[in-house]
Design a protein around this ligand. Structure first.
Ligand code: SF4
Length: 504
């Protein structure tokens, strides 16, 4: 069963409720905790002017599921009411047909979440719906605020009562406490008081808002579904891959520091902040975003292909086959193989049916987690000099298991190439990174890491190579703090960036 929370649903008192999950719940399941990858915080979507807005939001969230699998929610409005349903689990587990029918209206915002701030409770799932002095507001937020403590304490002194421990509610409370005369002025006022990463969508009973933080840390795009018999449907999504499922045309990115408002009179926009340098998260191009998305004005596929090519130019060694660590290493490996003229082969096969949970094995075996996910293709690896392409090394333990797996399948040599620089510092802008003491590259030299993962050679893409590959001559300003330790905002948690007390 999946627990869901209903708020403002017509004919239903606010309550938590259980729905039959589409997954099999009769098997004992334990959390799948072997996933070595960094986790994105959230994906957001908004729909304005569609007769079945809830279902459109559902489709958008379905396409954004890779950005968060812990909880999901959809809020809808029909001009007078604002209903909200959210639950723990995958979008398809929470939003059955019955549940979607409880969400009337031509406007919707949606959210899928992997939390980095606030605990995992259902209450902190989004959208967050707050009955404020400015009326009912629902908000969905991708990113992480960094001056959280100051603003929250100030609001509490001013009488604010927080329903959740999520930082997203701070924005709503700031709106409620703003002295600005109009709602749009109050939103602009509140957004200019918080610092950090936020791509947000908001909804009142009759309006949709979309905004990005002044530095544009997280992506947010605007699209349009053309309607021949009425006004167009305006949509917003964290990634443009959501537009394809909605049959929406990409129109433009929401700009850093921009606040867009959509009403039945059309789309209006204002810059609530100017003059701040753009620092968009480069790791969206390296790993998070789907290759079929266009973010910061550039196709992710193109960036990853160029990262692979540059990696080959910088660090190729004689070899027989180029093998990606699937799925995220695939596009860079194709670029790498094309650049160096060595055959590309799927020498590791990923089991796509290993999700967030798996049925507990009767007998635990060594490296079981990685073996559940990946299996070597022995006839492609046996006797070969293999170059493995991956997009990151976080703790190093998973990379070592993969190197051992490839060698165990008969590879003569195993060389690991990483399509970004060493990850040496945690993220404070919406990506769940281990603290510095757990990041292997913060504590060991590249040669020490090579020894630890038992590879014949190890090389990372240079910082310059990565930024050129992701920029494509478009002049995008990037955040690269997890590779350099230089943070674009003032405030960081000093404890977390102190050098490690002991090596990994
Ligand atoms: S620190 Fe790294 S992951 Fe975080 S926003 Fe900057 S580039 Fe992205």
């Amino acid at each position: 069963m999946t627990r869901i929370l209903l708020q403002g649903v017509p004919g239903v008192a606010d309550r938590t409720h259980e729905v039959q999950s589409l997954t099999t719940d009769h098997c004992p399941r334990i959390p799948y905790q072997e996933d070595p990858k960094l986790k994105e915080e959230c994906g957001v979507v908004a729909i304005h002017g569609h007769p079945d807005a809830a279902r459109q939001a559902y489709l958008g969230l379905y396409a954004l599921q890779h950005r968060g699998q812990e909880s999901a929610g959809i809020a809808t409005a029909d001009g007078t009411r604002l209903a909200n349903i959210k639950g723990m689990g995958l979008v398809s587990e929470i939003f059955t047909d019955d549940v979607l029918q409880k969400l009337p209206g031509s406007m919707a915002i949606g959210h899928t979440r992997y939390s980095t701030t606030g605990d995992s409770a259902l209450l902190n799932a989004q959208p967050i719906r707050v009955d404020s002095t400015k009326g009912l507001i629902a908000i969905a937020h991708n990113g992480n605020l960094v001056n959280l403590g100051n603003v929250r304490a100030r609001l509490e002194r001013a009488g604010a009562y927080f329903q959740t421990t999520s930082d997203s509610e701070i924005i709503v409370q700031l709106i409620a406490h703003s002295r600005a005369g109009t709602l749009v002025d109050a939103i602009a006022d509140s957004l200019s008081q918080v610092e950090g990463a936020f791509s947000i969508v908001m909804m009142t009973r009759d309006r949709i808002f979309a905004a990005r933080d002044p530095r544009g840390f997280r992506p947010l795009s605007m699209g349009r579904i053309r309607n021949t018999d009425g006004p167009d449907t305006i949509v917003f999504a964290s990634e443009t891959c959501a537009f394809d499922l909605l049959r929406a045309d990409y129109e433009r990115d929401v700009l850093p520091g921009e606040l867009v408002m959509v009403t039945e009179d059309g789309v209006t926009s204002r810059q609530y902040s100017t003059g701040v340098p753009q620092t968009s998260c480069i790791f969206e191009h390296v790993y998070f975003a789907r290759p079929d998305s266009r973010i910061y004005g550039r196709w992710v596929q193109e960036s990853r292909d160029q990262m692979g090519r540059q990696l080959a130019r910088e660090s190729h060694v004689p070899s027989d086959v180029i093998v990606p660590v699937p799925d995220s290493g695939v596009t860079a490996a194709i670029g790498y193989a094309e650049q160096c003229g060595v055959p590309f082969r799927f020498g590791l096969i990923r089991n796509h049916y290993v999700g967030r949970t798996f049925i507990e094995p009767e007998q635990r075996v060594r490296d079981f987690g990685v073996k559940l996910k990946l299996n070597p293709v022995r006839n492609l690896l046996e006797g070969k000099r293999v170059i493995l392409i991956d997009d990151s090394i976080i703790r190093g333990t998973t990379s070592r298991k993969i190197v051992r797996m490839v060698r165990g399948a008969g590879a003569k040599e195993v060389h690991l190439r990483i399509s970004c620089p060493p990850t040496i510092s945690p993220c404070f802008y919406g990506v769940d990174t281990p603290s510095k003491r757990d990041l292997i590259a913060a504590n060991k030299t590249i040669e020490e890491i090579r020894q630890f993962i038992e590879a014949d050679s190890l090389a990372y893409l240079s910082l310059d190579g990565m930024t050129k590959a992701c920029d494509g001559g478009e002049g995008t300003g990037f955040c690269v703090a997890c590779y350099t330790g230089n943070y674009p905002t003032q405030w960081v948690d000093v404890e977390d960036i102190l050098p490690a007390a002991a090596s990994v």
